[in-house]
Design a protein around this ligand. Structure first.
Ligand SMILES: Nc1ncnc2c1ncn2[C@@H]1O[C@H](COP(=O)(O)OP(=O)(O)O)[C@@H](O)[C@H]1O
Ligand SMILES: Nc1ccn([C@@H]2O[C@H](COP(=O)(O)OP(=O)(O)O)[C@@H](O)[C@H]2O)c(=O)n1
Ligand SMILES: [Mg+2]
Length: 199
């Protein structure tokens, strides 16, 4: 199987990036409704792995509490399994890749290049406000961990966005606006050009 090299079509992957609280999860839910993608949040998969009582659980929990990025090996395995289990061939991968190691390892292991990168651009004060009123009971949604996550975002995650920018793959969206206004812009990005109505 697959020896001819062209019988297994690679899935379509869109990376959804942006700082903590920029609205990645919120917009992904809306994209799923309208465009038939499967939403895979790396953070959600890691939190589910903690709850499942896996042997990596304690390590993952400690890293999330500190705002650190879990080794790619762990996260990529969870993403691959979720992709297989979905039965779909179109994925929004939310909150991944979060550093250069994530990016290079995903490419090496899966050989998948993203169709594009959806990047939610939002000022830090607004992201902080949103996280502090998110009320999902997350252990990392406290001011001390939030500060650490912002630092990791600037130092490790933004360079990944810059890498894809240099390849012309970034679709940047102003994420500071209300949810529905952000989605109008997102919708236009996902709508195939020949389906856009001319005015
Ligand atoms: N455009 C927006 N304006 C105001 N609040 C928002 C907006 N987008 C998301 N939120 C709220 O901000 C919080 C963080 O959003 P979320 O989608 O979880 O962000 P992320 O996944 O990027 O951390 C949630 O409580 C969400 O309801
Ligand atoms: N690729 C990833 C994604 C998340 N994570 C961890 O999970 C935490 C929460 O990620 P998340 O995407 O759910 O957070 P938000 O950006 O949605 O607020 C991060 O701060 C990291 O500790 C990771 O280690 N590697
Ligand atoms: Mg999220």
């Amino acid at each position: 199987m697959g020896t001819a090299g062209d019988s297994e079509k690679k899935p379509t992957v869109v990376f959804v990036l942006g700082g903590p609280g920029s609205g990645k999860g919120t917009q992904c839910a809306k994209i799923v409704e309208h465009f038939g993608y499967t939403h895979l949040s790396a953070g959600d998969l890691l939190r589910a792995e903690i709850r499942s009582g896996s042997e990596n659980g304690t390590m993952i929990q400690n890293m999330i509490k500190e705002g650190k990025i879990v080794p790619s090996e762990v996260t990529i395995k969870l993403l691959q399994k979720a992709m297989q289990d979905s039965g779909n061939d179109k994925f929004l991968i939310d909150g991944f890749p979060r550093n250069e190691e994530n990016r290079a390892a995903f490419e090496a292991v899966t050989k998948i290049e993203p169709a594009f990168v959806l990047f939610f651009d939002c000022p830090e004060e607004e992201m902080e406000r949103r996280i502090l009123s998110r009320n999902q009971g997350r252990e990392d949604d406290n001011i001390e961990t939030i500060r650490k996550r912002f630092k990791v975002f600037l130092e490790s995650s933004l360079p990944v966005v810059e890498y894809y920018e240099s390849k012309g793959k970034v679709r940047k969206v102003d994420a500071a606006k209300p949810i529905d206004e952000v989605f109008e812009v997102v919708k236009a990005i996902f709508t195939p050009k020949d389906e856009k109505v001319a005015v």
